[in-house]
Design a protein around this ligand. Structure first.
Ligand code: 4AD
Length: 473
């Protein structure tokens, strides 16, 4: 058969126009077309070869029979080879299904780039049951899979929908720098590097830059990478993540939470109204329902009470903040006002409540230098106009707050956090030249996508995720 196959020469019909993308095939039914792509699935039955072709815009079932299925290239074809297929596009017979409802009856084809077979074959390199660290090394090949590529297609649709929603709310998009010389969320999680002999950092948040845009451009947003040197190996932490941040002038704290809720709900509505993105959501998260508005609002103090009422405990700490252990086990105690609500407790609470929750009014000592104070309670705790939006299955996806708008209060904030105000001169100037009530938020795009697409970890929601020890590929 092989010897015979080498003698078969197919003849190309050169009258055909250029190749068409799979997504644009529908109007070309019953016509002759040409498509380029990768062999996604391959099956032979008697003398017929079935290929599912993938070109990044969709999948196409292709049928090779007769002479075209007997060439040497046909007999040695492998998964993930690139091919160009030419033939007639036919509606699939009744009772049969195929992507797009049609299939290509191939009459001429050629291999553009053969993929290896045998030991180096794609299916030998990539096995779904492989160890997670091997799958992480092979992320560039994992991306070719239906699930991974759908998550990234949905991510693209999500970012586009966010931009449309924010623009409809009269926010202007800006692109702040990634290389900075100031911190936003505490020095402990800064990635430091040498910038022409000066110390510099990878940005943790573009918030301070967005604040400087208010007097120039009005309300603004950005979609920018943020970097956190956190030694967190949890399923919701990345060392680099896509941070969607926005800042609004002349608002109060209630306006801020209402705005965050509107942006998320309107963005989800846009995705569900678009048949392409709605299909990705249905594929990845079949039971997804748009959340009901308004979102529940729970104050930090009430959340502490709620956790204790539900027997969700906090790790006991000594005076220096070290976790107390007895016989190797962490001692657990009830929560008290002033405690940072740990990720596990927060997740349990969100999952029991089962709907989006705004947790608001965190104690100042847990929060960054720039947050506006809310009130002082009897025990001397100072609370802030801050909120986290928690989603079932993921936990915190948004962190936001009103910002200090008084110059003296800002200096007190720098002092409390031990920050030298000198490099912040440009930020301080905002409070000198026409200060205003303002607030904003940051949304973790991978976390929102994990919620929307029902992914176990944010690592599945990033093109090439980075976490401690992982910066390859
Ligand atoms: O709560 P965070 O640290 O808030 C800020 O950075 C503010 N300056 C934002 C602002 O007001 N403009 O981070 C905001 C969000 C979190 O709610 C979370 O969704 C995401 O960023 N995030 C992370 N996502 C993945 N991996 C990490 N290590 C993350 N750290 C924060």
């Amino acid at each position: 058969l092989i010897e015979e196959s080498k003698k078969i020469q197919l003849k190309e019909d050169v009258s055909l126009p250029k190749a068409t993308k799979i997504v644009h095939l529908a109007p070309l039914r019953s016509k002759r077309v040409r498509v380029n792509g990768w062999v996604h699935r391959l099956r032979s039955q008697k003398d017929i070869i079935f290929i599912v072709l993938r070109d990044g815009t969709g999948y196409l079932q292709c049928v090779l029979s007769g002479l075209v299925a007997r060439t040497y290239e046909a007999l040695t074809l492998t998964l993930e080879s690139t091919v160009q297929l030419t033939g007639t596009l036919q509606e699939v017979p009744e009772g049969k299904t195929a992507p797009g409802g049609h299939e290509l009856i191939v009459d001429y084809w050629r291999v553009l780039g053969a993929a290896p077979g045998a030991d180096d074959a794609f299916t030998n390199r990539l096995n779904e049951k492989s160890d997670p660290s091997i799958l992480a090394d092979l992320r560039h090949l994992v991306l070719r899979g239906e699930t991974a590529s759908s998550v990234l297609k949905l991510r693209a649709a999500l970012l586009a929908a966010f931009r449309e929603t924010l623009t409809a709310h009269s926010l202007t998009e800006v692109t702040p720098p990634c290389m900075v010389q100031t911190q936003v969320e505490g020095g402990a999680t800064l990635f430091k590097f040498d910038y022409y002999g000066q110390p510099a950092f990878l940005t943790q948040s573009s918030q301070l830059y967005l604040e400087t845009c208010l007097p120039a451009l009005g309300d603004v947003f950005c979609v920018q990478e943020s970097f956190r040197a956190e030694n967190s190996h949890t399923r919701r932490h990345l060392s680099e993540y896509t941070h969607l941040e926005a800042e609004l002038a002349f608002i109060n704290f209630d306006d801020l939470m209402t705005h965050i809720e509107a942006i998320i709900c309107e963005t989800v509505d846009r995705l569900l109204a678009n048949p392409t993105s709605a299909a990705y959501i249905k594929q990845l998260n079949p039971s997804f329902k748009a959340p009901a508005r308004p979102f529940l609002r729970l104050s930090y103090v009430d959340a502490i009470k709620w956790l204790n009422d539900h027997n969700i405990m906090h790790e006991a700490e000594d005076a220096e903040g070290n976790v107390i252990k007895e016989q190797g086990l962490t001692v657990m105690v009830p929560h008290k006002v002033g405690d940072d609500i740990a990720e596990a407790a927060e997740r349990q609470m969100t999952d029991i409540i089962g709907t989006p929750v705004f947790l608001y009014g965190f104690p100042a000592e847990l929060k960054a230098f720039y947050m506006k104070k809310m009130r002082v309670d009897g025990e001397g705790h100072v609370f802030t106009e801050s909120c986290d939006l928690l989603m079932p299955g993921v936990g915190e996806i948004v962190g936001g707050s009103m910002r200090i708008d008084d110059l003296d209060e800002l200096f007190a904030g720098y002092k409390r956090e031990g920050i030298d105000p000198t490099p912040y001169y440009w930020y301080t100037d905002q409070r000198k030249y026409g200060t205003c009530a303002h607030g904003g938020y940051g949304l973790g795009v991978e976390r929102l996508l994990a919620w929307l697409a029902n992914r176990y970890t944010v690592r599945e929601c990033s093109l090439y995720p980075r976490w401690p020890g992982r910066a390859t590929p």
